[in-house]
Every structure is written in structure tokens, then in C-alpha cells.
Design a protein around this ligand. Structure first.
Ligand code: ADP
Length: 479
């Protein structure tokens, strides 16, 4: 495989570190590759390189930056199959889903290659007769990005493409469990022709030291993070001393509500797509499924049948729709959620345990009926293939239940009454609402959360704002 790289990419060169990091296939525990692990001082060097490159890159005309981004996009599409294969080997998601992620990831690069040309400012009527006011937008500078293992490709492009389009340079630290997809993107960035230092991708097993360097280094003007709320809070605190601009895309606890007047078959399709994608390991996965009492029994019966049909296994095999979970810790955490639910009155309708031999990271797709708010499944992000189903009576009751969480990322509901659709969509305290759909992610829409799910938006025209500063110029003496 041409795109399988094991060194980090800094200042246009492939660099070795002082240690190694093993990348393990979560399906069978085999070694996929040994990757160089870099140190904090090498991260400092990468930031310096990005800072030097910023002086050049910010002066490129927008269409010049756009052309290189476009080339990067085309290379990603050309090598989509190989990128997907690498992704499945290190992350476990089924190949078809991995290919979907590669195309989704590339679509951010395409979109922001186009948006690069549309960073407009304003001319504002002056406040005195001799005054004129203009506002321009400028790139913030060096951007540091820390990304998770659940979307090893798309979480990088979603941050890096708008940053580069805006004229920023970037230093990226991918998750240590899935560095290969990131390094493959670095190889393609190199081929696309970004000047040295504009894109830097650094792998390290010492996440906290790299994180400290990124937060404390004054040359970094912006930190963009996707990952757990726990780590997000650490990074926010660390960024305080240098007063950095930050974007945080953190955990979720998505409600999925089915009203009596919903199209039940479509709601089931939507719930399964939202819940079981990536074996339940996405921050927008349905966490709590609320079904109104009139359709509760019918929904349960059909939903359970549909979940039983999901094929679980090795992601590279045709027809598999649920791959392994990422690591042992993740399986243990899901087992805990299931045991807690059963202990607190939940009724296990299917699944509930590890699939196959001891040590397997496959977890059976699980449905638990009769769920209640005392359960961990109500309060915590499950991050696994488990659906707890709650029964509710009224609109007011379900809104209160849905909003009873510190999180505010994705939410979903199914129903037909258009006045209620507006009421519910407005009442849900979430950054995103899927209405009669379980799939909401696209490069053209603003992705992001509120409350402890974070702030900042990724994708869409709004996605550029996170990488731009507004400068206001006051022109006096214009008589
Ligand atoms: P997840 O629960 O999805 O693994 P994490 O928040 O632990 O989420 O990880 C997301 C990213 O944050 C990964 O790249 C990981 O290496 C990184 N990370 C974890 N701990 C720290 C830390 N203390 N400082 C900086 N980055 C960290």
C-alpha cells in the first residue's frame, strides 16, 4: 500500500521520533504497523515550522490556496479505496462505511476549496461625517488540531480544510489508536503541493505532553479539538494562559423521539442508522430512544427484529454492518451500562454481551426496553451498540426528559404534525436537530454543539469563521 506511512510529516519532511507506537487491528488484535512516536520538543519544532510557513501561505491569493486544496480533494477521491482499507484495518468500521467516511471527509476539502474565495468583509456607514469604516477578515495564524479515533479521516479534513482555506497553517495530532489514516492524508497533501510547513501531521503516544505544548505555545493562535468532554475541559483550562481561540466538539447524549403520528418504518430505519453506525461509537449516535405510548409496543417489536438482522463481524468482509469496538476498555464500559440497565429494571430484548471468543471486541447489537432515568444509559454517552428505549406520554414530558443532560450536540425526532415539529425543534437544547431523519452530517451544514458538548461550528459557510479574525479599520479625516 503506497499510502501506508509510519513517520510523521513536519515541514514537508518525513520525521522519526524517539519511540514507537503499535497500531492494532481491533478485529483480530494483529499488528497493522509500527509508527514513529514523536516528542514534545518535536511538536514545538512543528509549530515553529507552521509559524514560518504562515508568513508565506497567508499571502497566497485565495484562488491559489483553493487550487491546492482542490488538488488534495481530487487525490483523496482517486485513492478513496486504499484510504478506506487503511481506515478499516486500524479502526474496525465496515469497509462500506469507511469508504463513506473517506468521501465525507473529502467533501469538506472540496467545499472549503470553494469557500476560500468567499471570505468577504464589510463596509459600514461611519459614525462621524469624516469617518469611514471597513471590516476585513484575516486568518488567525497557526492552528493546532487534536482529533479522535472514531473518524480518523473526516475529523481531520473538517478542521484542516477551512483552516487552510482561510490562510492558516496547521499542526495536527491524530489519535494514537488510528494514526495511519492521518499519515495517508499527509502523503496526499505532500503530493497536492502545499508549501513545506503548511500542513504538519505529528503522531505521538504522549497525548498529554503534546496537548500541553499546543495549548501553552504562544505561536499557536487557535486550538480545535474533537474528543471527550473530559479531555476538552483539560484543554480549555490549558488554553486560558495564552488566551487562545478554541473550538470544542465534545461528547453527546442524543435523544431520538418517536411520536404517535410518526411513520414507524422510517423511524426504525433512521434510529438504526443513527444508533448503530460505527458500532455506536460516534458523538451524534442516538443515546436515548423515547417512544410515545400509543406506538411503543409496535415500535419495540419491529425495532428488535430489525436489530437482530444486523450482521456483525470483520469490517473487511462484504455484508458486515457492525465491526468491532475500538478497544477492550470500550467493551468493558458498554458491559457496565448494560448490567446497570438490567439491574435497574431494564428488559433485555436482544444482544447484551460480547460476541465470539474471549478477547473479541465485537459487541452484539443490543436493545433494552423499559428504560428509566436512573440508568447510566440515560445519563452517560454509551458509545456502543446499545439502544435503551423509554416510554413517554406527553410532549412536555419528553422535552423535559430529552433536555435533562449537560450535553447538547445532536437530537432527532419523528412525527408529522407540522406545528409540533416546530415546537419540538425549537425546544430541544441541542446544536443539531434531525427531523424525520437519522443522518444529519454533511459538509454543507454547520455541525456543532451547545452546553457541555462544546462550541464552534464545522462545515458550511459558518465553518470558516472559526479560523478567521475580524479586523475593523476606522478611516478618519475623510472630508
Ligand atoms: P475518546 O474518548 O474518543 O478516545 P479522547 O478525548 O480521549 O476521546 O481522545 C481524543 C483525542 O484527544 C485523541 O487524539 C487523544 O490522543 C487526545 N488526548 C487524550 N488525552 C489528552 C490530553 N490530556 N491532552 C491532549 N490530548 C489528549
Amino acid at each position: 500500500m503506497n499510502l501506508l506511512k509510519t513517520k510523521s510529516y513536519i515541514n514537508g519532511k518525513w520525521v522519526i521520533g524517539n519511540a514507537k507506537l503499535k497500531v492494532i487491528n481491533p478485529f483480530d488484535g494483529t499488528l497493522v504497523a509500527e509508527v514513529e512516536s514523536l516528542s514534545r520538543s518535536q511538536c514545538k519544532d512543528a509549530i515553529q515550522a507552521a509559524s514560518d510557513a504562515f508568513k508565506i501561505w497567508k499571502k497566497y491569493a485565495a484562488h491559489e490556496r483553493a487550487a491546492i486544496l482542490r488538488k488534495w480533494y481530487e487525490l483523496q477521491m482517486e485513492h478513496a479505496e486504499e484510504l478506506a482499507h487503511i481506515l478499516t484495518l486500524e479502526q474496525g468500521k465496515p469497509l462500506a462505511e469507511a469508504l463513506g467516511e473517506i468521501k465525507y471527509g473529502a467533501s469538506f476539502v472540496e467545499w472549503f476549496s470553494e469557500e476560500a474565495r468567499r471570505v468577504y468583509g464589510d463596509i459600514i456607514p461611519g459614525h462621524h461625517r469624516d469617518k469611514r469604516i471597513t471590516a476585513i477578515k484575516q486568518p488567525v495564524g497557526v492552528v493546532a488540531a487534536i482529533t479522535p479515533w472514531n473518524f480518523p479521516n473526516a475529523m481531520i479534513t473538517r478542521k484542516v480544510a477551512p483552516a487552510l482555506a482561510a490562510g492558516c497553517t496547521v499542526v495536527i495530532k491524530p489519535a494514537e489508536l488510528t494514526p495511519l489514516s492521518a499519515l495517508a492524508l499527509a502523503e496526499l497533501a505532500d503530493r497536492a503541493g502545499f508549501p513545506p510547513g503548511v500542513v504538519n501531521i505529528l503522531v505521538s503516544k504522549d497525548a498529554s505532553e503534546i496537548g500541553k505544548e499546543m495549548c501553552e505555545n504562544r505561536l499557536v493562535r487557535k486550538l480545535s479539538f474533537t474528543g471527550s468532554t473530559r479531555v476538552g475541559k483539560i484543554l480549555l483550562k490549558q488554553c486560558a494562559d495564552t488566551v487562545k481561540k478554541v473550538s470544542m466538539e465534545l461528547g453527546g447524549n442524543a435523544p431520538f423521539i418517536v411520536f404517535d403520528d410518526a411513520d414507524i418504518d422510517l423511524a426504525i430505519q433512521g434510529a438504526i442508522a443513527s444508533k448503530y453506525r460505527n458500532a455506536g461509537q460516534t458523538c451524534v449516535c442516538t443515546n436515548r430512544l423515547f417512544v410515545q405510548e400509543g406506538v411503543y409496543e409496535a415500535f419495540l417489536a419491529k425495532y428488535t427484529v430489525a436489530v437482530k438482522e444486523l450482521t456483525i463481524g470483520n469490517g473487511v468482509k462484504e455484508g458486515v454492518v457492525i465491526g468491532p469496538m475500538i478497544e477492550e476498555k470500550a467493551v468493558i464500559s458498554v458491559e457496565k451500562v448494560v448490567a446497570d440497565a438490567v439491574k435497574k429494571g431494564g428488559e433485555l430484548l436482544t444482544g447484551g454481551k460480547r460476541h465470539g471468543a474471549t478477547g473479541s471486541l465485537l459487541f452484539e447489537p443490543t436493545v433494552i426496553a423499559n428504560a428509566n432515568r436512573k440508568m447510566l444509559a440515560f445519563k452517560e454517552e454509551i458509545f456502543g451498540p446499545v439502544t435503551p428505549i423509554f416510554k413517554f406520554k406527553t410532549e412536555a414530558e419528553v422535552i423535559e426528559l430529552a433536555n435533562d443532560t449537560p450535553y447538547g450536540l445532536a437530537s432527532y425526532f419523528y412525527g408529522r404534525d407540522y406545528a409540533r415539529i416546530w415546537r419540538i425543534a425549537e425546544a430541544l437544547e441541542y446544536g443539531m436537530v434531525g427531523i424525520n431523519t437519522g443522518m444529519i452530517s454533511t459538509a454543507v451544514a454547520p455541525f456543532g454543539g451547545i452546553k457541555e458538548s462544546g462550541f464552534g461550528r464545522e462545515g458550511s459557510k459558518y465553518g470558516m469563521d472559526d479560523y478567521l479574525e475580524i479586523k475593523y479599520m476606522c478611516w478618519g479625516g475623510v472630508e
